[in-house]
Design a protein around this ligand. Sequence first.
Ligand code: ME8
Length: 512
Amino acid sequence: MTDRRYITTPIYYASGEPHIGHAYTTILADALARFDRQAGREVLFLTGTDEHGQKIQEEAARRGIEPIRLCDQMAERFRDAWDLLDIGYDRFIRTTEEEHVRIVQAFVQRLHDRGHVYAGEYSGWYSVSQERYFTEKEIGPDRVDPISGRPVEWVEEENWFFRMSDFQEDLIRHIEENPDWIVPEVRKNEILGFLQQPLADLSISRPKRRLRWGVELPFATEHVAYVWVDALINYFTASGAVSAGAAPDDPAWDDVSGSWWPADLHLIGKDILTTHAVYWPTLLMGAGLPLPRQLLAHGWWVVGETKMSKSLGNVIDPLQLRDEYGADALRWYLLREMSTGQDASFTPERFDIRYEELANVLGNLASRALGMTAKYRDGVVPSASGSGLDTEVAEAYAAIDDALESYRVHEALAAAMDLARAANGYVESREPWAQAKDPDRAEELDETLNTLARALVVLSAMFAPVCVQQMVELASRLGLEGVPTLADARRVEMSGRAIEKGDPLFPRIERA
Ligand code: ME8
């Protein structure tokens, strides 16, 4: 494994407010980035907003403002939301940035110069909601797009095309030779199934008379780039592989080795799998660039049976949940509740159950261990040679390593919670309150309290990528400078350290 990792989220449409779905992908990326940083890797974590195209143009018109005003407002909203949810991205990209616009232009010019584009007529069924064409088969007799359920429109126009079909065989070979390139496997198979049909060429432009809000094609100035081409290139722009001023034949395009390109992981929802697993790699092949190392397509948050989405009007506001329960609790719920890759149903009841787990297992353990150390040993962790819970700690480490290897974040978190549960069980079996009553058992009590303090240090490191705020708090109550890395956590010397009891980390919340 490299000691650098470049992780991306989709760039979200600047036409709507951030919702739980966006928050999920971004929190997942953030937690993975935090686990990586904890393991000593240098990370570039990219997110941002997708600001061109018909969807944005129409939303701005609906609101009676200029598209750029809408984008400015929404980019700010996404940034604020990510701050409130403790998302530590390294770069927030906006596709209206000058740097990105110039790189898109150089990229498409490069495709042109390498002979991969041609002008032609296009006709087909277009979904503004998804900003893409769908086939007759995909839209079915009702003529709605299969993802949002919204009607599609018939479009006939002059377009520039990318010879995507030329790369079909290479793409199939790439997927077959790299079985983990698309995870989970069900998504890989979906793409391989899709690639059994001949691939059509990709329309990469829109005439300005229909759509003005986009990046002008340098070789056909009466057209703008198709928004998905513009959007996908964001990952390349932010890698710093070529500078904004670089010509399409600049040698930098042929040697990206010093840069962050290729990305290690594109995290996406399964709704945008085709664009990422077919359009994007073939565009990169056309431009002569290396492909991203991996795509992870996660499932959907659904309400009842349907996907949560702005166009369906059934979205949950993550910031409201954060105001009620705190960012840590929301992050915990989303990451613990969804098995990476599968759909999950959002319900307030499940949210409460997951919150109670934090409060009653982890929070309760901290209260008990810190409280008893305060009460029985004047707030100083006693020294002891005992090795209580060592087996459970080792098992939790191994389970977390194994789970993270294949992005089963929910399992890694379950293993951490299991350790907290085991530590509560240890308290029950040791009965420190009984040990405290009997002066002959002072050494036993020392061992109990020392073991619990060491377990809490390890737990603070295991939960820190998710419960960002309260694990910093816990580490500080344990007398530490900050949360240790996972590797260091099991070696922290606790004997003689002054701790602080404090209030519950996850207080009981009365539901209105
Ligand atoms: O598609 N459950 O942007 P978008 C889980 N701009 N995740 C969900 C979700 C749900 N119900 N709803 C949305 C776009 N998401 C393009 C992307 S990338 C070059 C361009 C998440 O605002 C999930 O990550 O519609 C999904 O892929 C993404 O938001 C779509 O966000």
